[in-house]
Ligand binder design. Structure first.
Ligand code: PMP
Length: 418
């Protein structure tokens, strides 16, 4: 008799599910589907020629090093580059504060591994990044959702939660949040950093989109505000090393290419050392070759100039989507107006289920992700995430037109029922 594999899997796998997005993405592989579902960058922006030239140079000049194992912390010149890049955003890091990861998705997993015990309360935004929920689920947290509005996380609701639950960590997406596209206001950033330090709760700042701002003023990262606060309070330490309660994550996925699988963590040295131990058990280190190639590509001002092009490109797509929503959506449907990033968030009238609309939209060859997947408690049935980076502007307009028609068809019975 053969044993069912499902009986052999470890308990920690019981909450694991394939992401709804991956399932929907299978449908979007068909070329005639207009997809607002994934979070894919526009491939026409990938710097293919630069990567090709960098690969050749790396192999020719340092081929043996590039194909060898390296240290877990990451390729030192790339860590140095990140230190300099972060300094421009007011983050005073030393190379010892930097860990290169295989995408920031791995950073989330490692953070769960070293910080979350079974039953630990973890504060997340509602909605939040689905990949973080997926990464942490196996470590058995108790998610505590905090609602968001147009200015990001409702930080004003946080203090009673901190008092009552004493969370193990808080997870925040301050810039152009995935999924909602919202940005945390300056006042809320300051309040959040103060609350984290007053209650001694680590704050995970996930910032893959911060550089992709299409309008408005850049706002300081939480980790920069935390460092400023320590300096103002005379607690920064004379060695100049980064201290505090914030762990910052970012990635090259949206500015260079996600296929390189390169992200980074900025954290106090003690945290980096623990994460390094966890990463050793996971994959020893991030690809030496990918790190050396990226380092070669970003040299000089290439990345800054490239990001400028990306901003202009996505801004046009965002504007196309916003204009089409305005033109085609029936009354009662609302959406966020993101100042950057790749997503916006649509709220349907109460009583209308986005999953029902999805079935109809897919029949019209339009895909999106129903909002429910982004809520730790499975709420948000009448919301949906729309991505605007991966379709051309005229396809975006056509996709929104079809989507609006699908919404309208399902709105009728809702009104009749009232
Ligand atoms: N965090 C957020 C908020 C994201 O949106 C993503 C990618 N969609 C990631 C982390 C993971 O990105 P990567 O692993 O490609 O760096």
């Amino acid at each position: 008799m053969t044993t069912a594999w499902s009986e052999r899997f470890a308990r920690r796998t019981h909450g694991m599910q394939s992401s709804a997005i991956r399932e929907i993405l299978k449908v979007t592989q068909q070329p005639d589907v207009i997809s607002f579902a994934g979070g894919l960058p526009a491939p026409e922006l990938f710097p293919v020629a630069e990567v090709q030239a960098a690969c050749a140079r790396v192999l020719q000049e340092r081929g043996r090093q590039a194909l060898q194992y390296t240290i877990t912390e990451g390729y030192p010149p790339l860590r140095q580059y990140i230190v300099e890049k972060m300094a421009r955003y007011g983050i005073p890091a030393d190379p010892d504060n930097v860990l290169i990861t295989s995408g920031s998705q791995q950073a989330l997993d490692l953070i769960g591994k070293v910080l979350v015990d079974e039953g630990d309360p973890v504060v997340v935004e509602a909605p939040t990044y689905l990949g973080a929920l997926q990464a942490w689920q196996p470590y058995g947290p108790r998610f505590i959702p905090v609602p968001i509005d147009n200015d990001g996380m409702r930080v004003d609701l946080l203090e009673p939660i901190l008092k009552r639950h004493r969370p193990k960590l808080m997870y925040a997406l301050p810039n152009f949040q995935n999924p909602a596209g919202t940005t945390l206001s300056r006042e809320r950033r300051e309040r959040l950093v103060h609350l984290a330090s007053d209650y001694g709760v680590p704050l995970i700042e996930d910032d893959p989109y911060g550089e992709l701002r299409y309008e408005g003023e850049h706002l300081p990262p939480l980790i920069a505000l935390d460092c400023q606060k320590l300096v103002a309070e005379g607690k920064a330490g004379s060695d100049g090393l980064l201290r505090g309660d914030v762990i910052y994550l970012s990635t090259f996925s949206k500015t260079l290419a996600p296929g390189l699988r390169l992200g980074w963590i900025i954290a106090p040295v003690e945290v980096v050392q623990k994460l390094v131990q966890a990463k050793q058990g996971a994959d020893l280190h991030t690809s030496t070759f990918a790190q050396m190639v990226a380092c070669e590509v970003v040299r000089g001002n290439f990345l800054e100039n490239h990001v400028r092009r990306i901003r202009a490109f996505y801004r046009q797509r965002r504007d196309a989507m916003l204009a089409a929503l305005e033109q085609y959506c029936p009354p009662g449907v609302t959406w966020t107006e993101p100042q950057g990033g790749l997503f916006l968030w649509v709220r349907l009238p109460e009583g209308l289920d986005a999953e029902v609309v999805l079935r109809d939209a897919l029949a019209q060859k339009v895909a999106f992700v129903p909002g429910r997947s982004f809520y730790a408690d499975g709420s948000g049935y009448n919301t949906m995430r729309l991505n605007f980076s991966n379709a051309e502007p005229d396809r975006i307009v056509e996709g929104v037109r079809r989507l609006a028609r699908a919404i309208e068809r399902h709105l009728e019975p809702v009104h009749v029922a009232r």
